[in-house]
Design a protein around this ligand. Structure first.
Ligand code: SF4
Length: 162
């Protein structure tokens, strides 16, 4: 088996989110580039490349809340194709603050009704674990780089045993 095939296949996906965690991940990458390029094959990461592949992944990182059925379908597809799935950042882990419309009063709900319809949004915004099984979570926003690296190291060890 060549080196490229032994690498851990990574995907990075963003749903309803302002991408603070993506920025942190790229900053971490600046420091860890040399070691990561030997270890990881970034197969799907819109922030890093324009040509992305979603076939089979070892680890999928998911950022942002799930706001529409289209999001939920995509997330289920990612789950099916990934050995491990990690929710990163506050909105993926607990839904908030992206899910603040869930707590709107009746008048506020009426005011945004046309937007919910226009974007075919779900009645309630969901966290990632409301839709699929999650293997690890790195909460906070932006995520804590040390906690992210600890989660990655733990998953890499687990995958070596598979
Ligand atoms: S607060 Fe939520 S929407 Fe904003 S960057 Fe963080 S995870 Fe994304």
């Amino acid at each position: 088996m060549d080196n490229e095939h032994k690498k851990i296949k990574i995907g990075w996906f963003t749903f309803s989110c302002c991408e603070d965690n993506t920025i942190v991940m790229t900053e971490i990458m600046n420091d860890h580039w040399q070691e990561w390029k030997k270890l990881f094959d970034f197969r799907h990461a819109n922030v890093l490349k324009s040509k992305n592949i979603l076939d089979e992944l070892d680890i999928a990182f998911v950022e942002g809340a799930i706001a529409s059925e289209k999001h939920a379908e995509k997330l289920r597809e990612i789950r099916e194709k990934s050995k491990k799935l990690v929710a990163v950042g506050a909105c993926a882990v607990v839904g908030m603050p992206a899910a603040q419309r869930n707590y709107f009063n009746e008048q506020q709900k009426q005011e945004i009704e046309f937007l919910v319809a226009r974007f075919a949004a779900l009645p309630k915004v969901l966290k990632v674990s409301d839709v699929v099984k999650v293997d690890a979570e790195v909460g906070g926003c932006p995520m804590d780089p040390d906690k992210f690296l600890t989660a990655v190291a733990g998953l890499v060890e687990e995958l070596k045993k598979v």
